[in-house]
Ligand binder design. Structure first.
Ligand code: SAM
Ligand code: SF4
Length: 463
């Protein structure tokens, strides 16, 4: 059904929010809302927010300030614009948002998106609506599936949430509070969703969750399935050529998942495995539940199963009490693992988390200086990894037209974009590409006729 109203959804933060934004758009489409990329002219604006670091939460309030102006301008033209705040800031701050930012009509937490049509109807009647409950019903049973047209518009790769929430309680992290306890979707609903995506042309699916490898959803046999078992089943879906999963906790890299890296060609040789710190003292203070040695042992087991795998990670610098020696242990871990790339963050004290209460907060100048040094180390490995790709031949999934005519952009198994001279008709296809050059954040390649040889990533190549 084509709608007469327009909704603009802006996502902040992680891939789970991107997925949630799609599902919100899918749920609003039958209610007569067409999604629009332009904020001007929208009847409903939803900010899907992130609370993980202070900066992310602050962005929301500056965006709400801009929206207030837009809303007033629309009102002066006789048009009503509804403003909704969704996501983790909504969950964490609830009615505080209404007090801090004028012009917000609706605050909705991540577990209530299936109720959006009803909540919006109430807001349209003039009520200021707040729904940050953790309802008993399963939102995935109620959220609407995307239309074939919507899937096609989103491209040949897709995210599918299979797990939500977290029970790990790392002392710095808000996720267990904003997303709630760990829960897994049953297998049947995930298979149905992946089949629908594949049927509309999706070739690559990334399974997502705050702690995705803790997956233990109910299988068709009534028993909990591991992520490894789920990946095996999804690899059988016709049309699905590639699988990935993110984000994982080292403590949940169980045997069937490691075996899947060995046995499943569709599972890409790329693993994002956040470690946060290389210092055992910091890992304990962070309540990470693993040591540096445990982490290195897991890396070794996964490498043994899949020698050509590349690793990436997340790091926090300046966690309370972090001394120069602790930080050096992080630098040495970066070299020891040889990451292909990594995300690096300055510790940000989050209200309500145990680490925010610790006395030994690290001064911001020290955090900035460590961040720069760590980023330097990560950049060196990233450059070495990209350079090591030159001359190799990869299977590339072509995703979209490039910036220049006659150019198509695809992804290597290692997620790096590859720019290739190829016809647009190849979008959705997987072809062998020989890597000929390196850009700042991508690779250049040429269509190759040779078959792809999977070889180990050279040891000094960062992967
Ligand atoms: N579940 C994942 C894990 O186990 O590491 C990551 C979840 S979190 C959305 C993504 C990353 O944000 C974390 O890996 C961590 O590096 C970073 N992060 C979380 N809380 C933070 C904080 N308070 N300050 C700085 N970085 C933080
Ligand atoms: Fe946050 Fe990840 Fe730790 Fe869970 S495992 S508390 S999501 S950092």
């Amino acid at each position: 059904m084509s709608g007469s109203r327009k909704v603009h959804i802006k996502s902040f933060g992680c891939q789970m929010n991107v997925y949630d934004s799609h599902r919100m758009a899918d749920t609003l489409a039958p209610e007569g809302f067409d999604e629009t990329a332009a904020i001007e002219g929208a009847d409903l604006v939803i900010l899907n927010t992130c609370h993980i670091r202070e900066k992310a939460a602050d962005k929301v309030y500056s965006e709400l300030g801009r929206l207030r102006v837009l809303k007033d301008e629309a009102a002066s033209e006789g048009r009503r614009v509804l403003v909704a705040v969704a996501g983790c800031v909504a969950q964490a701050e609830g009615k505080e948002i209404i007090h801090r930012a004028k012009g917000v009509d609706l605050v909705v937490g991540p577990q209530s998106y299936h109720r959006l049509p009803d909540l919006i109807a109430r807001a349209e009647l003039g009520e200021t609506v707040i729904d940050t409950e953790f309802p008993a019903e399963d939102k995935f049973d109620v959220l609407k599936a995307p239309s074939r047209q919507a899937i096609r518009a989103r491209g040949v790769t897709a995210f599918v949430t299979v797990q939500e929430g977290c029970d790990k309680f790392c002392t710095f992290c808000v996720v267990p509070y904003t997303r709630g306890a760990e829960s897994s979707r049953p297998v049947a609903g995930i298979i149905a969703e992946v089949e629908r995506l594949a049927d509309a042309g999706v070739r690559e699916v990334t399974l997502i969750g705050q702690n995705v490898n803790a997956y233990h959803g109910e299988g068709p046999d009534g028993r909990p399935w591991t992520l490894g078992r789920l990946l095996h089943r999804l690899a059988e879906v016709p049309g699905i050529a590639r699988l990935r999963y993110t984000t994982s906790h080292p403590g949940d890299m169980e045997e069937s998942l490691i075996a899947a890296h060995r046995d499943l060609p569709a599972l890409m040789p790329f693993l994002h495995l956040p470690v946060q710190s290389g210092s055992d003292r910091m890992l304990a203070a962070m309540n990470r539940r693993h040591t540096r040695a445990d982490y290195l042992a897991i890396i070794a087991r996964v490498r043994d199963a899949r020698p050509d795998i590349a690793f990436t990670s997340d790091f926090i610098v300046g966690f309370p009490g972090e001394a120069e020696d602790d930080f050096r242990a992080t630098l040495s871990l970066v070299d020891e693992v040889g990451y292909a790339s990594a995300f690096t963050f300055k510790y940000s004290a989050r209200p309500g988390t145990p680490a925010a209460e610790l006395a030994e907060q690290v001064p911001d100048e020290v955090k900035s200086e460590r961040l720069q040094r760590l980023q330097g180390a990560v950049d060196r490995h990233y450059a070495a990894f990209r350079a090591s790709c030159v001359g190799r031949t990869f299977e590339v999934l072509f995703e979209r037209a490039g910036r220049h005519p006659g150019q198509v952009v695809g992804r290597s198994p290692y997620l790096l974009p590859v720019q290739v001279a190829a016809p647009a008709s190849m979008i959705g296809e997987i072809a062998a590409v020989k890597i000929t050059g390196v850009g700042p954040n991508s690779l250049f390649g040429a269509l190759a006729n040779e078959r792809v040889r999977a070889g180990p990533v050279p040891a000094d190549a960062g992967g």
